[in-house]
Every structure is written in structure tokens, then in C-alpha cells.
Design a protein around this ligand. Structure first.
Ligand code: PDD
Length: 279
């Protein structure tokens, strides 16, 4: 991690970046965030990430207008440019002198950004284990909110059971992973749940859908019954930091032949080539 971070207009060493304990992000988890990859200094799908951020801000009624160029100017000094990194951006409703659930009258949001190195996720090559869990989260999962307690507990449950991700289901249907979107291959067809308030509109998910379309891979957005996972020849999860990761064992049952499947191999190649084309 680079030592310099951005906080409310200043660049300063991480150790010196301090906010009040009265910040609503700390007291209520009252904020939103983004995780934006930057390959060799080039921000990946930057506009899409800022669009999603603006939507999250709108959903939580936090007014903060910044143009793409203004965001870029904030992030650029944090990027190294010689490696793969990601920007973590967090915006909270800011400091209020008194703890009160209702919004404070005058709001000055807290804006924090830092940059970390992306370390390749081993499971992308080897495949990983996952478990299914009931989706215990709220009903606005399309908002990238910092209040992540349910996600944290769900991911930890998977880790405790020797899995690297929890695949969540609500009313019997797959929504997404604790910190990822889900794709399955059933009868040769690639399927992912449609965007709704039950899942985050993942940027990696969008890229996979676009690559499938351009490369004539049969793909659709459709609901997936949790029992249908047993019939899947491949299951993948997608996210900005881990990219596309094949699940080779789900709830102790082997998926396909227990190795990353052929459609994953193809999509991963397409994804890596797409990334390279933007650098
Ligand atoms: N999380 N769904 C959830 C709940 C997520 O937290 C994430 C990513 C995704 C994938 O979205 P994207 O492809 O845009 O990264 C889906 C980030 C990486 C995080 O919280 O660290």
C-alpha cells in the first residue's frame, strides 16, 4: 500500500489520516464506497465505477457532485503506475457534533481515498471452494454501502468452513457472493442473476456479459434456483480484486470435474486480453 492517502482535500501519510469518532461513517456505517482497479496506472472502467458511486450517493441521499475529471485529479497522485493497484474510495455523511439517527442539518461529507496493490488471487488459477448461505442482508444490496456487517459475517462463515466465498440465496434463488457476483454454466449456457435491489451491479460482471456477447458465448441474465447449482458444470464468482474465479467445490460437492472448467478458461483469457488492451 502506498503510504500517502487522500482525506478531505489533503494528501498525507496514512498514519496521519484521522477522522472524528463522531463521524457518521464510524457511528452508523452511514456511507458508500467504491473499489476501482488501476492496471499500470490506468483506471479500469472508470466511468462505470463513478456512475455506480453516483447512484449509491443518490440512494443514500448524500449530495456530493464531482466530475470525472475531479475524481481523476484526486486519484492520480495516489497511483504508482508501474503495477496493478486499486483505489479504495469511501464517502461518509461526515461529522456531526451529536449522535442522532436523522441527518444532521449541515453536512460536510468525509471523503477518503487510498491505493493498494492488487495481489493476484491464487484461486483464479487453482479454483476455490465455496459454500451456500441464506442471504441475510438488507433490501438495498445494489447500493455499495460501507455498512458491511452482514457481508463480513457471511464471508467469515465461508472461511470458517474452509471456503473462500459464500454464495448467497434469497427465497430459494441465488443473489450474489458475499463480495462478488455469481455466474453458472448449465447445459452449456452461461447464466447470471439479473440486476435488482438484491445484488450489486458488478463492473466485472458487466465486462463478462459484454465479452460473452462479443465472442458469441451463449449467455443470459436469469434467476437461478439454489438447487440448480448442483446441475452446474461450472460456477464462477467475479469481482474487481479477484477478477473471475472458478468455484471447484460447493458445499463439499465437486463442481464439474473439480478443476477450472473450459468456459472459465476461455472467459479468463478474454478478460485478461481485454485488460491488456486498455493498458
Ligand atoms: N466488492 N457484490 C458485492 C456484494 C461486492 O462487494 C462486490 C465487490 C461485487 C463485485 O463488484 P465489482 O465487479 O464491481 O468489483 C459484487 C469489492 C471488491 C469490495 O467490497 O472489496
Amino acid at each position: 500500500m502506498s503510504d500517502t492517502v487522500y482525506l478531505n482535500g489533503d494528501y498525507l501519510p496514512l498514519a496521519d489520516a484521522k477522522i472524528s469518532v463522531m463521524d457518521r461513517g464510524f457511528l452508523f456505517g452511514d456511507g458508500v464506497y467504491e473499489v476501482i482497479p488501476a492496471y499500470q496506472g490506468r483506471l479500469f472502467r472508470f466511468e462505470d465505477h463513478i456512475d455506480r458511486l453516483n447512484n449509491s450517493l443518490l440512494e443514500i441521499r448524500l449530495e456530493l457532485q464531482k466530475s470525472l475529471d475531479e475524481w481523476l485529479a484526486i486519484f492520480q497522485p495516489l497511483l504508482d503506475g508501474s503495477k496493478d493497484e486499486y483505489i479504495y474510495l469511501q464517502i461518509t455523511r461526515g461529522y456531526a457534533p451529536k449522535r442522532d439517527h436523522g441527518f444532521p442539518e449541515s453536512v460536510l461529507p468525509t471523503v477518503f481515498a487510498m491505493c493498494s496493490e492488487i495481489k493476484p488471487f491464487a484461486g483464479r488459477v487453482t479454483g476455490m471452494k465455496a459454500i451456500t448461505l441464506q442471504d441475510t442482508r438488507w433490501q438495498k444490496c445494489h447500493v455499495k454501502a460501507t455498512s458491511l456487517l452482514a457481508h463480513v459475517l457471511l464471508r467469515q462463515e465461508a472461511l470458517d468452513q474452509d471456503g473462500a466465498e459464500a454464495i448467497l440465496f434469497r427465497n430459494g434463488y441465488v443473489s450474489e457472493g458475499a463480495a462478488s457476483n455469481v455466474f453458472v454454466v448449465i447445459d452449456g449456457e452461461l447464466i447470471t442473476p439479473p440486476n435488482s435491489h438484491e445484488l450489486l451491479p458488478g463492473i466485472t460482471r458487466d465486462v463478462v456479459l459484454e465479452l460473452a456477447e462479443v465472442n458469441q458465448i451463449v449467455c443470459r441474465e436469469d434467476i437461478i434456483a439454489v438447487e440448480a447449482l448442483q446441475n452446474a458444470s461450472e460456477v464462477w464468482v467475479t469481482s474487481s480484486i479477484r477478477e473471475i474465479v472458478p468455484v471447484i467445490e460447493l458445499d463439499g460437492q465437486v463442481i464439474g470435474d473439480g478443476r477450472p472448467g473450459p468456459l472459465f478458461q476461455k472467459m479468463d483469457q478474454l478478460f485478461q486480453a481485454y485488460k491488456q488492451s486498455l493498458v
